[in-house]
Write a protein that binds this ligand. Sequence first.
Ligand SMILES: Nc1nc2c(ncn2[C@@H]2O[C@H](COP(=O)(O)OP(=O)(O)O)[C@@H](O)[C@H]2O)c(=O)[nH]1
Ligand SMILES: [Mg+2]
Length: 533
Amino acid sequence: MSSALPSRLEALREVVELSAGRLPPELLDGAHDLSERAGARLRLSGEHTVVALAGATGSGKSSLFNAITRAELAAVGVRRPTTSATQACVIGPDGATALLDWLGVEARHQGEVPALAGLVLLDLPDHDSTEHSHRAEVDRVLRLVDAFVWVLDPQKYADAVVHERYLRPLASHREVMLVVLNQADLLPSYAVAECLTDLRRLLVEDGLAGVPVLATSATAPGGAEPLRGFLAATVADHRARTARIAADLSELAGRMTPLVPARRSEPDLRAEEVRLRSALGRAAGVPGVVDAVGRAHERRGVAAVGWPPLRWLSKLRPDPLRRLGLGRGRLSGSGAGEAVLRRTSLPAGSAISRAGVDTAVRAAADVASTGLSQPWPGLLRSAARRRIEEIPDALDRAVGAADLGMQRPPRWWKWAGIVQWTLLAVAVGGLVWLGLLAALSYLQIDLEAPRLGNFAWPTVLLLGGLLGGLALRVLARPFIAVGASRRRRRAAGELSRRVGAVVEELVLVPLRSELDVLTRLAAAVRRLASIKE
Ligand SMILES: Nc1nc2c(ncn2[C@@H]2O[C@H](COP(=O)(O)OP(=O)(O)O)[C@@H](O)[C@H]2O)c(=O)[nH]1
Ligand SMILES: [Mg+2]
């Protein structure tokens, strides 16, 4: 397990980073603390193993401490024995100063017990002390040590406090825990055996099955030997330091696992993308623009190929695109780096279309959160909505910058226009000719105009020119209409591409990036829990 520790600690750092602002603060604080604590302990002496003696008042912690270290270091109370500060005894190698500084233990002693070289034994205040500061000291030190020895006694071993407040929450720490039933000398041996059986049963209920339980006596000769033997083995295999951190990691992972989803496939957002496009398209006024493109095309077509003398008529009505501020169809000065964009005069999205955008964005977030429990649906919603305020402007820019294809009138319009002017010229020619003939005839000069069948040429020219112009106007109409619907389709395509880009940038990218955080966090929590990917 310890070989996986570096990767689990790396996972922990990732968890801290990714869960900031996402998971409950107390969990985040716990993760952050653990990351710091584990890093600090791993930088400190690996030669030493820190073991705390913890237990209730009078259980015999101080007496065992003295018995193990073979010194009269800790004050043993007869009537009201209390230890207000943690005492430390370092056995064997020097170099524990930084470790003790980090542990925040001032009362330090040096002991000489060859079999225990490397042990830093701590005698804690009573966890059931009436002094709040004593209990706080116990809680503080217990977070830092490599291993715990719970010292219980025959009268109080079943007390609810120690089981509920201390033992049960340490279920992940079975590997670095020992429970001793001290003062065994006070009981006949059959009663000791019964006590041990009962204590083991309680420990199983605490979730601590498998934790070693020993009977000791701090006062009877050799009564502390079982504990000494256990400590010697613990110190010798040097594993408590990393095993404690591994236990902390497992405990944290156990609390985090319910908050991240198990492996799941990427949600399919394609249908939501379609809905978003149409909602944003409506909000951007795309149907109105498309319609205006068609009408503008027809109007301009009629203006280009209509009968010249009547063209001014169609100019009486305003150009539908110019009215929307889209007449020129492009950004003003579309040079690179152009910062000031021309705004369209599109009506600002109506309340209804804005509500439509809102609904579509929420729906996309909800689909993305299918099967997730809180806080993720909320987080995905706020991610999808993070840039929602920017949508109206972005849509306006997208529509304003769209090339609606109105710059390039169909080429045949020009030729038809030339034909129209030519026909008009022919008609005018005929008219002038007829006028001249009439003037000459007034002057009694009769000239015979050349004839085409039954008609005089000037008449043919006048009527032919007029009828030709009219016919051209009428024949051109359906072609203009076909052109208009083609332009409408092209504009719709262009606008939908542009609206799609806004959907992608302002809704889907933020949403997917939050989904990505979720996936990475879930993977990090699995690595934290040391579950194989
Ligand atoms: N008979 C007996 N008395 C003990 C034993 N351990 C401690 N005591 C006594 O219990 C009292 C409290 O011990 P102490 O070590 O101060 O307990 P602490 O409060 O847990 O530190 C003292 O009078 C000790 O002599 C033991 O194993 N057997
Ligand atoms: Mg004591």
